[in-house]
Design a protein around this ligand. Structure first.
Ligand code: NA7
Length: 538
């Protein structure tokens, strides 16, 4: 290690970008391997998603017992989750516990954004630059910068002109935001908006929700975990973790065996009712085999959800506006609802359907739609992220021959297995584009990638290799396979962030691998077993 007097090392074995769940685990594994490693984190503390998204109501929508690291049986035994779905503060406490328990903090530089990474082909090292003026070199870089970590520009004219406080859910302030008795606007009704609205509704004087596309939201049935449940789970954790790793989506669930169209209407309704009662994000989608591949089958599930909305929301025109009709159920990420639809029965809550009256501009006083200007004390943007590629293309990454990742990905990301991009050797991405990532329990996909990357680095060092790069052919083949798999589903029918469709000008490419985490893991393992097939090691 090359250390300047009184400063952190400026030459290390590995650099990790991001100190969220992915970066922390990657740091732990590289340290175990004996690599000097530095982690750079833009935030003023660790936690990634769970550091930034501290808006009221922020909560995981994968069950706590599944959404946690599996690499340490001791950690599994000692940490106790309080609820079926942990809230943001509890998950953040867990992350801090992990950082302390595994001695990770001293390797992390906070409040420091990596702005540039340049590959030196002669020395075979990456030099990274930060917004604090540091430059550090390392043979390996791991981008653990998150899938939904770059907030999207809301793209509403006049957004900066509002005189009152404006917040983005993903940049919620640390200090308490007191909206009691205020007139508050929420723009956006994805997962963040759906979680935020019912919590705000109980606090503010008036809440106005601006909805462009209604979501399909399923009941979470969140509740405290009982001691008996926790004990049972802890006793079975080793088998449970093994089953998670073998599963298609990273959660241990029963997979369906028959088509929705083969079932009678009564059978379908019974299956959907069971899915609705299950309080699990994928519960309804897993009722039948063909809901994500057959439009008519999908419509039966979509109809069921619309019926539920009608049964919860008392005002029929509000209920009608809340019913999704423009995209198949499940092709945008479904949301988990804790009082979302019911919130619209509160006379203080108003829904504005932007399809009828689009937003024209944000004004100093509030929001002007095509029919009127509404006055607010605060505006909350729950408008989402430049998903999957935003955190990668916002860094100037310069690979072989001076090529930039941003230019290479102008028509959509090109990766081999979502782990690497050809021409950018020794630079890995955790849950990168074209891997299963956001279609799975992120914890399981993060661990799988971190472990694959760690094994790869160990293999390179043991074999005396200084460089690994994907071949353009392997990358091409993988990209075609990912696209072909997506095309067999209904996913492309929605203007979703899975496709980059939420960001104006972004290439419309399906950004995740739909083939399942189990199949994907087998492929990654086979690639490594076969001497890193599709890569050149030198
Ligand atoms: P999402 O799911 O991308 O939701 C963003 C919402 O904001 C969605 O309803 C958008 O409508 C809406 N939106 C975005 N821009 C605008 C403008 N300009 N005007 C009106 N409405 C707008 O982000 P979330 O934060 O809720 O969730 C992201 C994921 O993070 C979540 O699924 C978890 O995986 C973690 P649209 O649908 O684009 O019409």
């Amino acid at each position: 290690m090359d250390t300047l007097p009184g400063s952190a090392p400026r030459r290390v074995d590995a650099i990790v970008v991001g100190a969220g769940l992915a970066g922390l685990y990657q740091l732990h594994r590289l340290r175990e391997l004996g690599l000097s490693t530095r982690v750079f984190e833009a935030g003023d503390d660790i936690g990634g998603t769970w550091h930034w998204n501290r808006y009221p109501g922020a909560r995981c929508d994968i069950e706590s017992l599944s959404y946690s690291y599996s690499f340490s049986p001791e950690l599994d035994q000692e940490w106790v989750w309080s609820e079926k779905y942990a809230g943001q503060p509890e998950i953040l406490r867990y992350i801090h516990h992990v950082a302390d328990r595994f001695g990770l903090r001293e390797h992390i530089t906070l409040r420091t954004r990596v702005t540039r990474a340049v590959y030196d082909e002669g020395d075979r090292v990456w030099e990274i630059s930060t917004d604090t003026g540091e430059t550090v070199t390392a043979p390996y870089v791991v981008m653990a910068s998150g899938c939904n970590s770059t907030p999207k520009d809301p793209g509403v004219p006049g957004a900066d002109s509002f005189a009152g406080p404006a917040y983005h859910t993903a940049r919620w302030p640390r200090e308490d935001v007191d909206l009691t008795g205020r007139r508050v606007a929420v723009i956006g009704t994805g997962s963040s908006g759906v979680q935020l609205v019912p919590v705000l509704a109980g606090r503010v004087a008036e809440l106005t929700v601006f909805q462009r596309t209604p979501a399909y939201a399923l009941p979470a049935h969140n509740r405290p975990l009982t001691e008996a449940e926790i004990a049972e789970h802890k006793a079975g954790y080793p088998e449970f973790r093994a089953a998670q790793r073998r599963s298609k989506g990273g959660s241990v669930v029963t997979m369906p065996t028959r088509s929705a169209l083969e079932a009678t209407e009564e059978e379908r309704t019974a299956a959907y009712e069971a899915g609705w009662r299950s309080g699990v994000l994928s519960g309804l989608l897993r009722s039948f085999t063909d809901l994500l591949v057959d439009r008519a089958a999908n419509e039966t599930a979509a109809d069921f959800v619309r019926g539920k909305i009608a049964s919860i929301v008392t005002d029929s025109s509000t209920a009608e506006a809340l019913m999704p009709r423009t995209f198949p159920f499940g092709t945008k990420r479904p949301c988990l609802d804790t009082g979302y639809y019911a919130a619209y029965n509160d006379p203080r809550v108003t829904l504005v359907d932007l399809n009828r009256t689009p937003i024209e501009e944000i004004t100093p006083k509030g929001v002007r739609t095509s029919d009127q200007e509404r006055v607010f004390d605060a505006i909350v943007f729950a408008t989402g992220f430049d998903a999957l590629t935003g955190a990668l293309t916002s860094v100037e990454i310069v690979g072989k021959g001076g090529a930039t990742l941003r230019e290479k990905w102008a028509d959509g990301p090109r990766t081999y297995l979502g782990l690497v991009s050809a021409g950018f050797p020794n630079l890995f991405t955790v849950t990168g584009p074209l891997s299963p990532s956001v279609l799975t329990n992120m914890m399981v996909s993060i661990e799988q990638h971190v472990e694959w990357i760690t094994d790869c680095v160990a293999h390179l060092r043991a074999g005396g290799f200084t460089e690994i790069d994907a071949t353009p052919e392997a990358e091409e083949e993988w990209g075609a396979h990912v696209a072909e798999m997506a095309a067999q589903t209904l996913y492309p029918a929605a203007d979703s962030w899975y496709l980059g469709a939420n960001v104006p000008g972004k290439a419309r490419v399906f950004l995740a691998y739909v083939g399942g985490a189990d199949r994907y893991r087998e492929r990654c393992d086979a690639v490594a077993r076969d001497g890193y097939e599709g890569f050149v090691l030198s």
